[in-house]
Design a protein around this ligand. Sequence first.
Ligand SMILES: Nc1ncnc2c1ncn2[C@@H]1O[C@H](COP(=O)(O)OP(=O)(O)OP(=O)(O)O)[C@@H](O)[C@H]1O
Ligand SMILES: [Mg+2]
Length: 269
Amino acid sequence: MPHIGTVRPRQPADVRVRSLGKEYPSRSGAPVAAMADVDLEIPAGEFVCVVGASGCGKSTLLRILAGFEHATAGSVEVGGLPVTGPDPERGVVFQDYGLFPWLSVRENIAYGPRQARLQRPVVQERTDRFLDAVGLTRFADRFPSELSGGMQQRVAIARVLANDPSLLLMDEPFGALDALTRSSLQGELSRIHRETGTTVLFITHSIEEAVYLADRVVVMAGGAAHGVPGHVREEIRIPLGPDRDVTSAEFNALKRRISALVHQEATAA
Ligand SMILES: Nc1ncnc2c1ncn2[C@@H]1O[C@H](COP(=O)(O)OP(=O)(O)OP(=O)(O)O)[C@@H](O)[C@H]1O
Ligand SMILES: [Mg+2]
């Protein structure tokens, strides 16, 4: 049955990761322990950034939460329900935008709501709202190949938001963008998070980006290259309000503290 009239926004979901482990099979026979004993609780609406050296299991964690990958130990619950597979309720944004090249910007954003068989006015309202939220109203009829990288990533973000996700999972979404575009998208994402209240798990290699965006930063460490499975090293609350000043003393003290943790783990996991 199609939904009728306007649709009530979904509540943001909480996340519970318990004793999570992941082993990948390897050609040599012995499985590779990518991650072990990861515990993480994210209250509904929180913005969590995950940082840590390459190979410590950040993307593995995100893919398990997205339902693209199954854990080999422990459990994952989103909104109180175990994750059994991908679902548009959990919106995923990667570094490469993953847009449909044969669809216009508007059609890319409308794709999810159409698949959900929402009524035409609801699809239209959501599409317009998120086109506006990411500043692309004027570009609605262009195709992805006609847009810059930053604009394509804006479409990718609008496209998952149009599904009204209860959890947003982002894996280095701004990693391929130039510094100026990146900082303007960070500002937009922060504002969108305040407006939608969606729970966000955001992976980044930029500690500055993490301190700018997050309510809490999770530092992961380890990984196959260190001979220890990936794990959570430390969680740091970011007690800064909105509109953060990246030049302030508090901001830079947090950056230094997290950087020391990441660096320490990169050399001696
Ligand atoms: N499909 C796979 N098959 C085998 N091993 C894998 C697979 N995917 C990841 N791994 C291994 O699991 C570990 C964690 O990988 P993951 O991609 O989660 O790290 P990451 O923290 O996201 O790293 P990066 O910062 O480089 O993106 C690594 O040792 C990696 O080689
Ligand atoms: Mg990764």
